[in-house]
Design a protein around this ligand. Structure first.
Ligand SMILES: [Zn+2]
Ligand SMILES: [Zn+2]
Length: 457
């Protein structure tokens, strides 16, 4: 089975008839699970909250509604009113403590867990942080979660992953996906533009992440299925060209972004991991988050905007790899030595609290790295033919991000260029997942690209 099959089929309609089911995949023949039962995305959908909740959760037991101060105003209050007609409701409104913006820190989580004791359902009303906290709390408390989206800012509404800070490390933790997701496009369209821009940039990671996943599977034999990628491809072709719509705050732009994000989340559920939507570019963003968290400062930017910058960095690596010949690959593998000890030392001095965690992740990656060294030459032709053509050139990505008004230089999010460059070199150590950053490190490409990361135009 070739990795990037292009079967002329409407995969989106196909998958929507399989919500809430386990199904045999026509592409990889394994069984995929899709526990998300219902997705409602329409104008005025908030008015249907009661029906949406009751269809998925008919019990009259107590439900908790989680929001923050802003999303409570936008939709949380309405949601509470609507569902309290049928069952008792606990209202949980989070406010930032000792920080400018809410984050997925354990303190909030512990508070949330005490507040939802005795509740049989958790309804989240918000975007990234609220959704991730809610999905994780639902997992810990073993109660179902429904998500009501307030911005097209990230793909977590439909995904089975929650990004949570634990012991100061940001972890992508597998959780049960929401039972249902409700999106009122009127609310999404009136969300601050920067949130839609963040969602747009986050969804641009899809091709790069999927390429990382596929090349990892070619080199290590890890399972890969083309369905998650194909699912998002259809909508992505349209939304890749919609930068201007987004910048101008047009409803069509926000809706396209939201559709791409919904499908991106489902793609992760089908894959059973975040691999189809999160590769080297996400590691780079997580690295910056870890740094900000340690320095006790506000995150440099919304997740998606940081990921957009991460995409430009990893796309540059792909640009460079596309230029290399097999003879050069052979020579580089023979002659280049990665200064692992020095780099780990540098990383530990940056993140002393995370030494143990990093050591474990790095150890877990050794087997895959050995396979990269022994199999890269044999696999090279396949990578050139099947993986590289799927990735946009960095120049093209930059243009697309700029059209949408997203940052393309570190200075635009007040990120020191030194830290941007450090992430290029060191982010690969913070997670056991093999990405393009590892391939580039083995070939000595990272240090060649480092000076090309510029703070400003
Ligand atoms: Zn499959
Ligand atoms: Zn993301």
């Amino acid at each position: 089975m070739p990795g990037w099959v292009k079967i002329n089929e409407d995969w989106v309609s196909w998958i929507m008839t399989r919500l809430g089911q386990n199904f045999t995949c026509p592409l990889c023949q394994s069984t995929h699970q899709l526990p998300v039962k219902r997705i409602v995305h329409s104008p005025g959908a908030l008015n249907k909250t009661e029906e949406f909740v009751t269809q998925l959760f008919s019990s009259r037991q107590k439900a908790a509604v989680l929001s923050d101060e802003i999303t409570h105003q936008v939709a949380g209050r309405t949601v509470e009113e609507k569902i309290s007609a049928l069952r008792p409701v606990t209202s949980v409104i989070l406010t930032p403590e000792n920080e400018e913006r809410l984050s997925t820190r354990e303190e909030y989580l512990n508070y949330l867990l005490t507040r939802i004791t005795g509740c049989s359902l958790l309804v989240t009303v918000g975007s990234g942080t609220i959704t991730d906290l809610g999905k994780y709390a639902g997992e810990v408390a073993r109660i179902p979660v429904l998500c009501i989206a307030t911005a097209a800012s990230m793909n977590g509404y439909t995904s089975g992953v929650a990004a949570i800070f634990q012991n100061q490390v940001k972890l992508a933790i597998p959780v049960k996906p929401a039972l249902g997701v409700l999106i009122d496009s009127d609310i999404i369209n009136s969300a601050p533009l920067i949130l839609t821009q963040a969602g747009f940039a986050d969804s641009l990671a899809r091709r790069l992440a999927n390429a990382d996943w596929y090349l990892g599977s070619l080199l290590t034999g890890e399972k890969y299925c083309p369905l998650p990628g194909l699912l998002v491809e259809q909508i992505e072709r349209k939304h890749f060209l919609s930068g201007r719509l987004i910048r101008n705050g047009e409803p069509a732009g926000a809706n396209l972004v939201m559709e791409a994000l919904i499908l991106g989340g489902l793609a992760m559920v089908i894959a059973g991991s975040s691999a189809p939507a999160s590769g080297g570019e996400h590691l780079i963003s997580h690295f910056w988050d870890m740094y900000a968290h340690q320095e006790k400062r506000v995150l440099f930017a919304y997740h998606g905007l940081q990921v957009g910058l991460g995409c430009l960095i990893t796309a540059r690596i792909y640009d460079r790899l596309k230029e290399l010949t097999l003879a050069e690959i052979l020579l580089r593998l023979k002659t280049h030595q990665v200064p692992v000890e020095d780099e780990l030392k540098e990383l530990f001095s940056l993140f002393p609290f995370a030494q143990k965690y990093i050591k474990t992740q790095w150890e877990q990656k050794q087997k895959a790295l050995a396979l990269v060294r022994s199999r890269l030459v044999d696999c090279w032709e396949k990578l050139v033919q099947q993986v590289f053509p799927e990735v946009h050139a960095s120049r093209q990505l930059k243009e697309t991000l700029s059209q949408a008004g997203c940052p393309v230089y570190p200075s635009e999010i007040s990120l020191p260029v030194g830290l941007a460059r450090k992430a290029l070199k060191l982010a690969r150590y913070i997670r056991n997942r093999l990405t393009i950053l590892d391939i580039a490190a083995e070939l000595g490409i990272l240090q060649e690209i480092e000076p090309e990361i510029e703070s400003t135009p």
